[in-house]
Design a protein around this ligand. Sequence first.
Ligand code: SF4
Ligand code: SF4
Length: 329
Amino acid sequence: MEENEVIGPKSRDRDIEGNKIYRFLKLNSFDELEMDYTRSYLSPKNYFLPFKEDLVTYSLQDKGWEQEINYTIHPRVIVGMRACDINALLKLDQVMLKSAYPNPYYFARRKNTLIIGLDHEPLEDCFCKSMNSDTAFHGFGMFLTDIGDKYFAAINSDTAFIILNRFDAEEITDEDRLLFKAEKKKIELKFKTQVNITILPELMDLEFESEVWKKWGDKCLSCGTCAMVCPTCYCYGMEEDIDLSITKAVKRRFLYSCNLLDFAAVAGGHNFRPDAGVRLKYRYYHQFRGFMEAFDQSLCVGCNRCGNACLAGINPKAVIDDLIETETK
Ligand code: SF4
Ligand code: SF4
């Protein structure tokens, strides 16, 4: 903790029903860590893709100019990430690291962050099992499963192994293995929400013009909250902030949402997606159809943060069930 920044789940407030609201925040001591947290309101994605980041600053002098680009970060550890959030990062890696134009800012953060994952029992509305994101096999340094009075640790990196040896770690016994399997089974059986995704890509093509989009679009407030809390949404906007003296400027990237009214507005005032239902449809298409075509997997990991945060009561399970019902009528 003296050498690295440590980030983990902490409760910050309570919702109207009195439940704790958790966020991933910098820890000053391990006592602040709340390993029994349920779901963080925001995903840890923002430690890799911040809401706002300065990409480059310019300074103009006489007839020349200089630019400053800084994407070095201090090494840090994120403790307590859920399997679905780790899988979300693996999906973002496809776009941010493995595409034709890798994102060096994301790369620096990803490479300098050790992830310590943590198993948990699902909440009623989690459907990460349906999205094959309820377990993580890579994308972390260490992954912990609570097996009673100790943790079962899966190790995936040298750094994590070195850290583990600083603690009072013991070799895994046969009894630990049995406890681990029993805990995994218990978690698996606790999933209540299921979403049928096997037919989704085809269904979305068939239901492109469906009334379902209008029905849910009429409820949508176009607030963009769903994309802000989502661990996988990565649409962004750019702005140039130029100093009044015209000697300095900053190029800034900020996360954006395809549900916002002006997302598809272009110069000249035309808006390619003026209807909330159409914008909602394209968000679902990206999550469940477009990403599948590009990377052979859905973008959604089934955390239902979007459904939980949406003031209009829109959530993926309800929308997808509606599409399936329309198709089978
Ligand atoms: S679906 Fe919900 S959270 Fe997303 S933009 Fe519409 S109202 Fe906001
Ligand atoms: S459930 Fe919603 S918030 Fe979670 S990954 Fe899927 S689209 Fe994003």
